[in-house]
Design a protein around this ligand. Structure first.
Ligand SMILES: [Zn+2]
Length: 49
């Protein structure tokens, strides 16, 4: 099942698996927000699409 996260900056991140979502969100957080996103936080924010 695909999952999405709507980042407060307006970016929508979508992935087909938890692992992919965590990877994409961590990359986005590092590159755009200079933050480290924890796996548990990413999954807590995720919504099924
Ligand atoms: Zn963002």
């Amino acid at each position: 099942m695909a999952k999405v996260i709507n980042c407060p900056c307006g970016t929508t991140i979508r992935a087909e698996s938890d692992d992919e979502l965590v990877e994409l969100v961590q990359k986005h957080a590092r590159e755009v927000h200079n933050q480290e996103a924890k796996r548990e936080d990413v999954l807590a924010m995720a919504r099924p699409e």
